[in-house]
Design a protein. Structure first.
Length: 118
């Protein structure tokens, strides 16, 4: 089976995990400890994923779960490729960019993002 796969992976921070203890003022600097970035969704885009070729041979009957198994493996490969390409770093960068804009809009001039606690 040859499966052409397109996938989606979304990563970022879970803002619900930010507590009041994760934000404090040090003179005029707003310090913010963000949670670690995480993958929220890693899935196939089924509207663009399709079987390109299926060859079962003359004497072999088709495997009814082959496509399901292949799609599941492809989903794991998409997740692994996104992780290797740095999606968690990009998710953290995007979160910091958005939150910096948000806090500056609230009037804070200096924002310091503290690394997440392991």
């Amino acid at each position: 089976m040859l499966l052409v796969v397109h996938g989606l992976v979304f990563a970022g921070i879970d803002m619900a995990r930010i507590t009041p203890d994760d934000m404090w003022l040090d003179q005029s600097v707003l310090n913010v400890r963000l949670p670690a970035a995480e993958v929220f969704v890693a899935t196939l885009d089924n509207s663009k994923t399709y079987v390109y070729e299926r060859d079962t041979g003359i004497l072999k009957s088709p495997d009814p779960i082959m496509e399901t198994t292949t799609r599941q493996a492809a989903e794991q490969e998409i997740l692994q490729a996104a992780l290797e390409d740095g999606i968690l770093d990009q998710g953290m960068t995007n979160a910091r960019t958005y939150l910096r804009w948000f806090f500056e809009t609230l009037g804070y001039k200096q924002i310091n993002f503290v690394p997440p606690t392991p």
